[in-house]
Design a protein around this ligand. Sequence first.
Ligand SMILES: [Zn+2]
Length: 257
Amino acid sequence: MHIDLIYRFFPHCRYNSPATQPILMRSFYYRTLVVTALFIPFLCKAQKCKTTAKTVCTKADLVRSMQDDAAKRLVALKKLIPGLHIDMRYATSNNFTKEVLYRHPVAYLRTAPADALKQAEAELNKKGLAIKLYDAFRPFNVTCRIWRLVPDKRYAANPMKGSNHNRALAVDLTIIDLKTGKELDMGTPFDSFTDTAHHSFIHLPAHVIANRKLLKGVMRKYGFGMVPDEWWHYQWPNNKDFEVIDLDFDDLADIVK
Ligand SMILES: [Zn+2]
């Protein structure tokens, strides 16, 4: 960098004598190097957003965590449940953000919730019904992006804590009729952030109450818990301190075969 450029940003230095110029140049370079070095360790997070959650953000760390604990293994749901109906809404603009948030999505869950979902699907199939999945694992950077668009914890997960979707423990889903392929009436669409979507909202037609009860019954039977404000969201207990996964679908495709 030429000394004149330094003078442009630090005009008071222009009054130094020519003898001090090499010292000034060296000082400038060292300071630049130190500042750059300080920021390098934070690049992984700085590109996205801050979280206090335990996080894995490299493929090597994720592989290691899955090798150390079989419960942390990821399962591609379409391989485990070949007939599963999947409509990943964040891979399209048909979601509340109106933006496409996923590239190359695959529905992943950890082993135990994946097995539980398979059992729930089998039980519904016996009744001529099936699960339709809207979302499962969600990359942490997408949670960050949604939070930037909608920084309201009623409607979006705060990245500071991380979402159970980021931990591959949560699903968003509804029930469809296998003959018609149509979704059962749950009273509101997916991601309808109104009190009508709350489990406690009872001013609904009897068939809607029955449909929600059916979904709740089968999900809870196989071990999922629910949240009060969203009829479509179910999650597995985080009893192993499952990490937030700060990786994209492309990264996971290299790991989960
Ligand atoms: Zn959800």
